[in-house]
Design a protein around this ligand. Structure first.
Ligand code: ZN
Length: 281
């Protein structure tokens, strides 16, 4: 299937990026996975696919290991890109949105094999003592969350009900941000530091961003991730860090290009589309 984003990344932007890599400040790729399973969303353009097959996921992790990557937590990544010293080894952050059960059955065994860390973002209304579903896919139970936490998996908030946050009133927004954090903390017995914004991030809405940033800070969050495309540099907003979407279509070449900043150019198009949709910042 011809893909303009793939061709431009592999033949233009990744080679250009590699030429100037030594001139740029340190950046780290925060990868955004969702489900690690065989099922694919039929008919979607590969850009919009969110599922990664276990085979492709295993290849991604093998590549990271062979290329010498170490995995960071989000707070470590924020410090990493701000450090004046150039790091000696490449680093990456692994994140998983939506809290699907297949993280436990398909992703974690592979992560464990390589000693990699990861953060899983939970929409808490879909996590129960009995299995619940989000978009027809089974989610983790609280017993599974606690077991994964005990073996080193980090958990963050992905709201309570997975809504379009910018359509909520102030009270509803506060509930989504506060209650999800409290619920996870009650279950795992540890602080929750990170927040993941569901759906497309309204990065052109300055007023909403300020409101949400203040709320996240007031509720005790220390950082957060968004669906803004790109690697993470020293000047990012620590509550809305950019990520790189990855899925079953990312073969070794495209995966490597994404890690090395070769996919960052797509953010210009993503931003322009949002401007066109809302009529300006
Ligand atoms: Zn989500």
């Amino acid at each position: 299937m011809p893909r303009a984003d793939r061709l431009a990344t592999l033949w233009l932007f990744h080679p250009l990026r590699r030429c100037v890599a030594s001139l740029l400040s340190a950046r780290v790729a925060i990868l955004m996975y969702h489900s690690v399973s065989e099922a694919t969303s039929n008919g979607l353009h590969p850009y919009f696919e969110t599922t990664t097959s276990p085979r492709v996921f295993a290849e991604h992790m093998k590549f990271l290991c062979e290329a010498g990557y170490r995995t960071l937590q989000l707070d470590e990544a924020v410090n990493y890109v701000k450090s004046p010293e150039q790091p000696s080894e490449p680093s990456v952050v692994l994140t998983f949105d939506d809290g699907f059960q297949d993280f436990s059955t398909h992703a974690f065994p592979i992560l464990h094999r390589y000693g990699f860390t990861a953060t899983v973002f939970l929409p808490t209304a879909y996590i129960g003592d009995r299995r619940r579903q989000l978009n027809t896919r089974g989610c983790l139970t609280w017993a599974e969350v606690r077991a994964l936490h005990r073996v080193g998996v980090t958990f963050g908030s992905h709201t309570v009900t997975h809504p379009l946050l910018n359509f909520l009133n102030a009270g509803e927004l506060e509930q989504e941000v506060r209650r999800s954090k409290e619920t996870i903390e009650d279950q795992i017995g540890d602080p929750v530091d990170s927040f993941s914004y569901p759906f497309a991030f309204p990065e052109t809405h300055r007023g909403f961003k300020t409101q949400l940033r203040d709320l996240l800070g007031a509720q005790g969050y220390r950082n957060g991730v968004s669906t803004i495309i790109g690697t993470c540099g020293p000047r990012e907003d620590q509550f809305f860090l950019p990520r790189l979407p990855v899925n079953a279509w990312d073969d070794r070449r495209l995966f490597r290009a994404k890690l090395e900043g070769g996919y960052d150019w797509l953010h210009s198009f993503q931003y322009a589309r949002k401007l066109a949709t809302v009529g300006g910042p």
